[in-house]
Design a protein around this ligand. Structure first.
Ligand code: SF4
Length: 274
């Protein structure tokens, strides 16, 4: 498994900051949240909350400024059971103005049609070389677009950080702390208050404010879709985190391989012959 060191993470953050500083003066997280609320009005701003550590930190920050701020969560249908429980628990404990959306298609249907999600590699322009996996479009982007339209949202506050991935570093270096996203039909602003924070700073905030975290972090350093095959080391992580889900996944992958083989050897040649 590829593990990014703290030095690599900090180097990534520095690159992003240098680029972003050329676009606009960098703002402290709370100031950036206030700016979003000022520019768009509180009814048109939502916190995008995945149930992961970073988005919970910005959710906590946003609630200090606007306790009734809209909170948007997507239940992809392939969340870890820990995440589903955590979202329910925090919604009650923090009295969240929470809206949960579910995708129109499920992960397994998408995999059947497009295959398992591939790894995303950043090109120098900050785009991914193979484009986004289809599941990202169906499980995340489409529900987000639907929510934006139905709730007249103009801006999302996110927990995205430049140090997490090269793609994010490049986006923030080129576009700054906040920017308009037209791509994939989202048509909304994204504000990233902790764009230049390190993992260490995120953990310090969690400790300082005694924020209860998703219990998934006791076993794993990420949250998100459990059958995600789009990162190095996913197999080991899943086996370590939830062996039942890992076994289920292996069976599904085998079935898919058999189907692909059947298609390539039996169906495709006949189709070519007409
Ligand atoms: S996180 Fe992985 S599984 Fe989930 S939508 Fe994105 S690529 Fe697909």
């Amino acid at each position: 498994m590829m593990i990014k060191t703290e030095a690599q993470e900090l180097a990534q953050i520095r690159v992003a900051m240098r680029g972003a500083e050329k676009i606009a003066r960098l703002l402290e997280p709370a100031k950036l949240i206030e700016l979003a609320l000022e520019r768009h009005g509180k009814d048109k701003v939502a916190v995008s909350w995945s149930g992961g550590r970073c988005s919970t930190v910005i959710l906590h920050m946003a609630l200090q400024i606007c306790p009734c701020i809209k909170v948007f969560h997507i239940d992809t249908g392939v969340e870890y059971p820990e995440t589903v429980r955590y979202v329910k628990r925090l919604a009650c404990e923090w009295n969240l103005n929470l809206v949960i959306y579910k995708p129109e298609r499920n992960f397994w249907d998408i995999v059947e049609k497009y295959g398992f999600p591939h790894m995303r590699l950043a090109s120098s322009k900050g785009h991914t070389s193979k484009g986004k996996p289809a599941c990202c479009t169906w499980l995340k982007e489409k529900p987000m677009m639907k929510f934006r339209k139905e709730h007249s949202i103009e801006a999302f506050i996110t927990g995205m950080r430049a140090g997490e991935a090269r793609v994010r570093m490049l986006i923030m270096a080129q576009r700054g702390q906040y920017y308009f996203v037209k791509k994939y039909g989202l048509n909304a602003w994204k504000y990233n208050p902790i764009a230049f924070w390190s993992t260490r700073e995120v953990s310090a905030y969690v400790q300082e404010h005694n924020i209860p975290l998703n219990s998934l972090y006791e076993k794993l350093d990420r949250s998100g879709c459990w059958p995600c095959t789009a990162f190095v080391g996913w197999k080991e992580q899943l086996a370590h985190t939830n062996f039942k889900l890992y076994k289920f996944m292996m069976e599904r992958m085998n079935e898919q391989r058999l189907l692909d083989h059947f298609y390539q050897t039996r169906i495709a040649p006949c189709a070519e012959r007409g």
